[in-house]
Each structure stands twice: as structure tokens, then as C-alpha cells.
Design a protein around this ligand. Structure first.
Ligand SMILES: *Cc1c(COP(=O)(O)O)cnc(C)c1O
Length: 384
């Protein structure tokens, strides 16, 4: 075993960061390809950065965000938040009373944990279902929740989406939409309308998902509700701070539908190329992935490594030899060791898919060559 515990995981991450630092110092940032899909982004120029003061920043950037944010999300008004989870919490604090019911419809369980946790915090009864036939709104319901696209990118059917909103509005109950990735995935890839245009009262998106923005949340919706929620947002410190607001603004301005469509189309091509040599790659909506178990099934030489160790050694070879960043080398302790290649980010567009396929193939050959030599594998992961 190579990576045995959390301390080992911290050490492998330090090694990954030092490989990345060396690459940036010696060959420049362009020698790296971040395919994690979580690369975030902070687009800003010098004159904007000089305005990042506690009160000047929000005065300028929050005002600009109104127009840009409403254009992206619909609704009458937007508020920038620290995270999507913060927006969900603030909405539930503002609109849901103790003892009332909250019902949630989504395309596939599980829901994001911030929704049930926030309900628990206010003492509301929470019900969720992914079966449309089972969805109903009981008496004493204070909020109806809809998830536009789940954490695994399962997208809701638009006609069901509209029906849930109709059912809620017949009873005068507000609808909050968790549209973390959905605000872009649903509208661009599945040609659906914006949640607010479908009648949602509140919709929240994550500004680092499928767009070049920072981790953060952007909430849009009905002005009266947004004002009410904003009180909770400010009381509990859930708002986005000026640097994040600036980066959100520029992230949305730089969001390109065409890039997203291109990313989604290219994944089929990469999947087909990989399938000529591998049996265990799987598609994700934004790219391809291989699980540790899948990787282990590809190996046809004798070795004593665990499946997780194989994933670490393989992903470290990709990083060391080709500058390809995937999650396992850089992740925090306990994270999944599935190796995802996300094709929707800027770095992915700089890669020719034939080249990427060859780099993956050649890294795999190197993995097969070293896998029976545990000391060498340890050196690849820890560099000692
Ligand atoms: C990512 C995600 C969230 C949470 O976003 P944070 O910015 O991490 O709070 C909520 N709901 C869904 C469906 C998500 O995919």
C-alpha cells in the first residue's frame, strides 16, 4: 500500500503542488492542463482590482452585477452569495416556519445536503422525491423546491418543472430552484428556459460550475422575496465579498455557450478514442472518467497495489509527464479517487483530443511498467 492514511494524502498533495509549481516556474502556466472541472477562475484587470475595498467594491460591482446577473438568470433582482448553499440556507431561514412542510422534486436523488440540513435547522418537515407521480403538496407547506440539474448532472424534464411550479402557485406557495449547474446545463445543452422565466420565485446558481467564475452563489428572483432573503443573508454573513463579486461579474461576462456545447460534443469523440484501447472509461455530462476499480481491471500485470493506489500512481504520471491535472493528486484527504477528465474548461480546449488520448494511453503504459515495483510507485506519488 502506498497511500494509507490522511497524512499520506496530505503528503501526496504537497508533492502534486510542488510538481505544479515547478511546471509553472520552469515552463509557464501554459504547460499545465487543469481538467478537474473545478478550476474556478478569477478574471479581473488591474483597475478593477484597485477598487476592491470594503465599501467601494460592492458599490461598483454589485450594481454592475444586477444587469449581468439578471441577464444570466432572469428575475427582477439578484444577490451574490458566498456559496449556493448559503443562498439555500438564507431562503429557508427567510421563508420557512418551524413545523411547516418543505417539498422537493428532483430528477434523481440525492438532493444537495444543504437543503435538508437547512430545513432541519429551522425545524421544518422535509420531503423529497424523484418520482413525479409521487410528488404532492400537503397542507401547511411553506416552500416548494425544485432542483434543475442534480450534483451528478441529471436534468429535470421541463414539462414536469412547469407542472410543479403550477401546483405550487395554485396554492400561493413560493418555489425555490437549486440551479447550481442547471442554470447553464439545462438552458444551453437541453434548451430549457431560465428558471425565473418558467415562473420560479427564487433561483440560485453556483458561479464556478460550467463557467469561469469563483466558488460562489448567485440568487435571482422576485424583488419582494429577494429583499426579505437579503436581510438574512446580511444578518448571517452569507453574502459574497467584493473580490468574489468582481470575479462573478467577469465570470458571467466570459461565460460562453459555444464553449459549453463544444465541451459536451468533444466528450463523445474522446470517449470513442479511449474505447479503442480501454474498456472501463465512462462518460460524464462534461467529459469522461475512470474509477479506481475500472482502472484496476485494465491492468494485466501482477502487482500488490490497491485500486486507490493505482489511481494515484496513474494520475501522478499524467501530471508529472504531461501536466494534466486531475482531482486525485491535488485533492484533500478522503476525496474520491475517480479520475475525471472534464472537457468543459478553458484548458481542455487547448488540448487536441488525439493528443490527449495518446497522453492517457502512454501514461497507462508507464503505469503498467512500474506497477510491480512498489518503491518506484511510491517515488512517483511522494517523490521520495
Ligand atoms: C454544487 C451544488 C450545490 C452547492 O454549491 P456550493 O457552492 O458548494 O454551495 C447545490 N446544489 C447542487 C445541485 C449542486 O450541484
Amino acid at each position: 500500500m502506498i497511500v494509507n492514511n490522511s497524512l499520506d494524502e496530505v503528503k501526496k498533495r504537497d508533492n502534486a503542488l510542488s510538481i505544479i509549481r515547478n511546471a509553472v516556474e520552469n515552463e509557464g502556466r501554459s504547460s499545465l492542463f487543469d481538467l478537474t472541472g473545478l478550476s474556478g477562475g478569477f478574471i479581473a484587470n488591474h483597475s478593477e482590482l484597485s477598487l476592491l475595498e470594503t465599501y467601494v467594491g460592492p458599490a461598483i460591482f454589485e450594481e454592475n452585477l444586477q444587469e449581468v446577473g439578471i441577464n444570466h438568470m432572469g428575475g427582477d433582482k439578484v444577490i451574490p452569495l458566498n456559496r449556493t448553499s448559503s443562498g439555500i440556507l438564507a431562503t429557508i431561514l427567510a421563508l420557512v416556519n418551524e413545523g411547516s412542510n418543505v417539498v422537493h422534486y428532483l430528477a434523481e436523488l440525492p438532493a444537495h445536503p444543504s437543503i435538508p440540513r437547512s430545513c432541519e435547522l429551522v425545524g421544518a418537515n422535509y420531503y423529497e422525491t424523484d418520482k413525479f407521480e409521487d410528488f404532492s403538496i400537503p397542507p401547511n407547506t411553506s416552500l416548494v423546491v425544485v432542483t434543475g440539474s442534480t450534483m451528478d448532472h441529471k436534468v429535470i424534464d421541463e414539462s414536469e418543472f412547469k407542472k410543479v411550479i403550477e401546483m405550487a402557485h395554485e396554492k400561493d406557495i413560493p418555489v425555490m430552484v437549486d440551479d447550481a449547474s442547471g442554470a447553464r446545463l439545462r438552458t444551453v445543452i437541453f434548451n430549457q428556459a431560465k428558471a425565473c422565466d418558467l415562473g420560479a420565485d427564487i433561483a440560485i446558481t453556483s458561479t464556478d460550475k460550467l463557467m469561469p467564475g469563483p466558488r460562489g452563489g448567485l440568487m435571482a428572483g422576485r424583488e419582494d422575496l429577494i429583499d426579505k432573503i437579503k436581510v438574512k443573508v446580511n444578518q448571517f454573513g452569507l453574502e459574497a465579498q467584493p473580490p468574489a463579486v468582481l470575479a462573478m461579474l467577469n465570470g458571467i461576462k466570459n461565460f460562453s455557450k459555444d464553449d459549453l456545447i463544444r465541451g459536451f460534443e468533444r466528450k463523445e469523440e474522446l470517449f470513442d478514442l479511449l474505447n479503442k484501447n480501454f474498456d472501463n472509461f465512462e462518460k460524464t455530462p462534461t467529459g469522461v472518467m475512470i474509477s479506481p476499480k475500472g482502472l484496476s481491471q485494465e491492468i494485466n500485470v501482477k502487482h500488490n497495489l490497491s485500486d486507490n493506489d493505482l489511481a494515484f500512481v496513474f494520475s501522478f504520471i499524467l501530471l508529472r509527464d504531461y501536466g494534466i491535472i486531475t482531482i486525485p493528486p491535488v485533492s484533500m484527504p478522503g476525496a474520491s479517487t475517480t479520475i475525471r477528465f472534464d472537457l468543459s474548461t478553458q484548458d481542455a480546449f487547448k488540448l487536441n483530443l488525439n493528443d490527449l488520448n495518446k497522453k492517457i494511453e502512454s501514461s497507462f503504459k508507464k503505469l503498467q511498467d512500474v506497477v510491480s515495483n512498489e518503491d518506484e510507485c511510491r517515488e512517483i506519488v511522494f517523490s521520495f
